[in-house]
Design a binder for this molecule. Structure first.
Ligand code: ADP
Ligand code: MG
Length: 475
């Protein structure tokens, strides 16, 4: 630190690349911030490992070439991972980069960043006041509040690019992934940013409400209004499209809405709880529309990302909780972010009620249920087995037994299939729960059901019925 400062060359390099790359590419990848310089090198920070690898592969050579042209030195670029709230366009971050790099003392830098952030924040707040919050979007679902980790950085960067360049960056775009992994948050973050910066007309709606509204409009002879409303949007965000399975008429309507918006180069975006290829009862032409453009997935967060998310959440709530407690939660709750947050909320509520600080001990005590519960999923294998056994008038013990008569093996396979679909258990764990069988037996069982489903569509109805009974079992 101290003697070398290549920040000016960095800034110019970024400027030049900005004019050479497409806006989309630039917005997507140039979220790097200048950190420090060494004798023959400079360090920039990037938000994740995934991001680093991509940027290295795509741009490191080009960046270093430019640095050489500009400075006459062979300066190598090192990438450092730094989780930060990334919200602004790369253009803003380069401007900030210069402000920061005019001094190399770390404290100075920290102070400057803090003050420039708060200036930005207050001017942003002023703008927001003018425009107001979008009535259909949660104001806290922003990019600022979204922690980027290796599990979601591709989706998050794509989302940011879309918010910056609606209709051109990635159109359409579909984000898929399991429950509570941040699909809705990211989708609304796009809406919030585009609303504030682009001032475009944004409609956010769940597929369920879209369906309800459509049905209502038919009932009231108002389908023209319905069509106009959706076909006039600049950005249409439809959440949880898996809900559209079997909704034939709504699918048809959405297909036409899609075409109208797509032809007019309006941004369309969907989320789904699984890859589109796994949706059933969906018209082929709508499926092909969903698959057009960019499909990206969200994965469960790693331990480090879970820790970072927890710190972010307590920072947002303006409270402090010992790091060791956060680490404990992150270690024990891994399936999704919603559960992670729920654990935190439970602890905070407890602390407020008892007026005691949260310690490792109270956390362990209070969260025993959460930690002990299998996979934070409220459906147990036992419930599934009981419901299925009941449905086929078998005993629960028979279903789990080693007996292999046809009358028992089909319901057993069906129970395995359903468990595989609606819980997070692995085939190995399921095997254990089904009378200590091998995981290959479970896989074989599920395959059998899949084959039968193809030949016998009515089985699907049975499965739906069972799913509902399982869901209702506890209530
Ligand atoms: P999904 O729509 O995929 O079921 P949500 O978007 O509703 O999930 O996310 C569940 C909760 O987890 C929300 O409160 C959201 O803010 C939070 N969350 C998910 N991912 C992140 C993340 N990367 N950073 C911060 N919060 C997150
Ligand atoms: Mg959601």
């Amino acid at each position: 630190m101290g003697t070398w400062d290549y920040s000016i060359f960095w800034k110019e390099t970024v400027n030049q690349l900005k004019s050479e790359l497409s806006e989309q590419e630039y917005t997507m990848w140039f979220n790097m911030e200048y950190e420090t310089s060494g004798e023959q090198s400079l360090v920039v920070s990037v938000p994740s490992g995934f991001y680093r690898d991509q940027v290295k592969q795509r741009y490191q050579g080009r960046i270093e070439e430019k640095l050489f042209e500009l400075s006459g030195h062979h300066i190598t670029v090192d990438f450092e991972i730094k989780q930060r709230a990334r919200h602004e366009a790369a253009a803003d971050s380069t401007a900030q980069g210069t402000a920061q790099s005019s001094s190399n003392a770390p404290e100075d830098r920290a102070k400057k960043t803090a003050s420039s952030n708060s200036i930005q924040a207050s001017s942003r707040a002023a703008e927001q006041k003018e425009r107001g919050n979008h009535p259909l979007l949660r104001e806290d679902y922003t990019f600022d509040n979204f922690v980027i980790g290796e599990n979601n950085s591709f989706a998050a960067n794509a989302a940011l690019a879309i918010a910056k360049n609606p209709g051109t960056a990635y159109n359409p775009c579909l984000i898929y992934g399991g429950v509570g992994l941040g699909k809705t948050h990211l989708m609304q973050a796009i809406g919030n940013l585009a609303w504030k910066e682009k001032g475009c007309k944004i409609i956010y709606i769940t597929a369920e409400n879209f369906t309800n509204e459509f049905v209502e409009s038919i009932k009231n002879n108002k389908t023209t209004d319905f069509k106009n409303k959706y076909r006039n949007a600049d950005m249409l965000l439809i959440d949880d499209i898996h809900f559209l399975q079997k909704k034939i008429e709504t699918q048809e309507e959405l297909f036409h809405t899609f075409n109208a918006l797509y032809d007019a180069k309006k941004q369309i975006m969907f989320t789904c709880d699984r890859p589109v290829s796994e949706l059933k009862n969906l018209s082929e032409r709508l499926r092909s529309r969903f698959e057009r453009g960019l499909n990206v997935d969200l994965q469960p967060p790693s331990y480090e990302t879970r820790c970072a998310i927890l710190s972010k959440k307590i920072e947002l709530r303006g409270i402090s909780i010992p790091t060791e407690v956060l680490n404990l939660i992150a270690k024990n709750v891994s399936s999704n972010v919603r559960d992670l947050e729920a654990s935190l909320t439970k602890l905070i509520a407890y602390a407020e009620l008892t007026k005691k600080p949260v310690t490792l001990e109270t956390a362990q005590q209070q969260l025993r249920d959460v930690f002990g519960a299998p996979k934070q999923n409220n459906v147990t294998i036992e419930t599934i087995q009981k419901v299925v056994a009941d449905y086929f008038s078998l005993s629960y013990t028979d279903l789990k037994s080693k007996k292999r008569t046809k009358a028992i093996s089909f319901p057993r396979q069906l129970a395995m299939y359903i468990a595989r679909e609606i819980t997070e258990y692995s085939t190995t764990e399921l095997g254990m729960e089904f009378g200590g069988r091998d995981h290959t037996t479970v896989m074989h069982g599920c395959q059998k059901i899949e084959e039968r489903l193809k030949a016998e569509p009515s089985l699907e109805t049975t499965i739906q019925k069972l799913n509902k009974m399982i869901k209702d079992y506890n209530s």
